[in-house]
Write a protein that binds this ligand. Sequence first.
Ligand SMILES: NC(=O)c1ccc[n+]([C@@H]2O[C@H](COP(=O)([O-])OP(=O)(O)OC[C@H]3O[C@@H](n4cnc5c(N)ncnc54)[C@H](O)[C@@H]3O)[C@@H](O)[C@H]2O)c1
Length: 402
Amino acid sequence: MSSDLHVAASSTSEAVADPNAALANSAGQAPLRAVVVGAGGMGRWWARVIASSPVTELVGVADLVEGMPAESIAQSGVEDPSAVAIGTDGVDLALEVGADILINPTVPVAHHPVTVKALHAGIPVLGEKPVTETLPEALSLMAHAELTGVPFMVSQSRRFFPQVRELRRFVAEHGPTVLTSAFFSLFHEHTGFRAEQQHPLLRDMGIHAFDTARYITGTDPVAVTAHGANPAWSVYAGDATVTCTFEMTGGSLFVYNGTWNPRGLPTYWNSEWRIGAEHGSATWDGTGVPVLGTEDEDRTRDLQRAIEQALDTPEPDQIDASIIEFVTSLREGRTPMCEVHENILSFAMVEAAVASIDRGSRVVIDELLEEARGQAIAAETDADAREILQGWGSVREAIERR
Ligand SMILES: NC(=O)c1ccc[n+]([C@@H]2O[C@H](COP(=O)([O-])OP(=O)(O)OC[C@H]3O[C@@H](n4cnc5c(N)ncnc54)[C@H](O)[C@@H]3O)[C@@H](O)[C@H]2O)c1
């Protein structure tokens, strides 16, 4: 495979996000007024980030549960908690206070209704992963984003580690990849929605590694074969142990092993990585500086020195960087990284792996996307959005057109 083919095969953003450069360029500009919808664990983290980021101001917090918004605001670090508005309906609240943007870290089942309402109200949305609870809902959101023309980005926090950006850079110069693996193993007994969810490990954690793999390798998924396990000691109703082999565009493979079940020898939340490409390989323990290797000792030494230097300067990461990307894209009038069209294939990897386990067979991503489109058309209540869903030549074509 030529490296030209390798680049053409990818639907992930070409831009290499540099939050420090974006911050320097935005100095002096007024922060965007943000409402955070959802005041659970992630909503509270978002409230702290929105309150402290130089590009945003926290003007409202909404949650269905009484008392939660006030608690979230109290821990957010804002100077005057009484100046931050409170509500139950996040979009109504955003309209009331004249917010510029809405952050949506509600539970996955609420992602579709909250985001559809915000987009139709003309409010740009930065939503938490996974984009929605189901693949048909995700395609519906893609159609609503096209219909309204209002920006919708999905925050994939783990893509925003500087090591990930540097690994993408390494692969761009030494690819194409042939075999990439991510191994996640961390004993963790979640409570809340994850404990009862079907396939919680894939839906909650797999999505991070899948999105990261697409970004690093510059390839997209074609098909997957997956297996799950649920040992007797697991606290989860669904499989919290999985292994998946993805066939990617250009003929390369991406293997994911993930589990919350074993005790001892934990990996970091980012997984442990090995990336094998035509002109070099890289390993990353998920927290430190990646280790790079080529067949040339001098070149390897230079590359290692360069990546150490690149990672030496502190910079915002995870959702601190994600919000900078979103705000910067709005100010520049460009499509943000992780815009819903780009994100769909990361979520499709999750749902295809789920389908592979449930059906006990290999699942072709495009076939699953078209099945989901049929279901999305049948469920869509908005006639204009339905027409958009029906009008796509194929889901893949609609994704790549963006
Ligand atoms: N990026 C990451 O690293 C990361 C980490 C954890 C969670 N998440 C994601 O963040 C989201 C939230 O996860 P969590 O752990 O905070 O869940 P959570 O259950 O702790 O909190 C969700 C909150 O949303 C509220 N809510 C539900 N529907 C609502 C609606 N329509 N309007 C307003 N509020 C509503 C609930 O009352 C609850 O307080 C999930 O999509 C999850 O996958 C991402």
